[in-house]
Design a protein around this ligand. Sequence first.
Ligand code: MEV
Length: 438
Amino acid sequence: MKEKQIITGFSKLTKDEKIKEVARYFKNPQEISDFLASFWFHEEKHQKLFDEFSENTISNFHFPFGIAPNVMINGKNYLIPMVIEESSVVAAAANSAKFWSTRGGFHTRIISTTKIGQVHFIWKGEKEELKAHFPELKQRLIEGTQAISKNMQERGGGILDIELVDMRKEIPDYYQLKASFNTRDAMGANFINSCLEEFASILKDFVVHKETIKEKEVIVIMSILSNYTPECLVEAWVECPVEEFDAIDPDMTSKEFVWKFEKAVQIATVDPHRATTHNKGIFNGIDAVVLATGNDFRAVEACGHTFASRDGQYRSLTQLKVENGIFKYSLLLPIALGTVGGLTSLHPLAKFTLELLGDPSAEDLMQISAVSGLANNFGALRSLTTKGIQKGHMKMHLLNILNTFGATEVEKDIAIEYFKTEKVSFNAVETFLKTVRN
Ligand code: MEV
């Protein structure tokens, strides 16, 4: 591949010109252009929509869209759409869902849906002056953002509260206006950020015009929502008598299984290395639903991991209680999601996903996503503490390995049959294909 050069004005090129600009670094530019175009949608309107989601688009990057069936949540049965490239994730969710469907299913509850935004500013005056005027300022902030919050208020949301936070212990002269919001079914980023920018200008204006405030200079550093929403909180759990695990593994009693499972959760609570992998397994399930519904998985991940570190150490997001012979396994985490606005209503498959889920509210979607996370984590721990994950994982991965070696459909059929009873590994598949091809 040729050395890349600095390009100026790339964003101003047409799509074809951008593709040409990229393809010229390859030995076979025409083939590369055709290859990129082969992932475009046939329907012009879909392609246009996708191109407009982002900048400098040259192709589409497809992910598999799968379904985890039989997911019982609070007595209601769901087909959960999952967008994920990792072969075993949908299978893990589906297996867990099936297991729990005959044991009361998943239970969930919303604890709160509050979202947070901050205006970060520097002010060198006497804190008491600002503090004394804060009730008046707060009133102005709320009144001054009426035009922005009117629609949200009509939907039952809006600005919930605004606090003045003194952060001078951390950074000299640093304060925050910390506001909480209810954004109903919207993710609400635009609403929150618009309110915050308005707060910032009202704050500056207030300080300048208030005679009793001596220091007139407010330096607004930034006004932005926080993706850490510890009060946008959902809990999902499963529970059943310990004996229900009697048939979980031929070599284990239910008590042995539960004991091992409990140790696995304890380990993820005390050891950050294990906690990270444990929580990654939870996000396998959550991200897949978040992506399928056109929500922002980076925000959800960032928030979840911060929450996992809330006492100063990164820990498991799940907890296990075994009391009076009852196994209760729960997941508690903040997930800020939306079911209206943004990509949720623009991306054709996100729209389809929401329809398949029965047009959920944001609260419903928080619960569905949490269940998907718990289902995946339960599936992972169940495998890890019994037969291990590699057997199932490699079986699921077999097609990927066969595709890596360019196996034909006939070779794939023979291999799938052969590996029903053999251990799958990269080497084993390579050797097997060599034998078949010879
Ligand atoms: C793999 O994507 C996820 C797991 O590693 C999760 C876990 O170890 O709990 C299986």
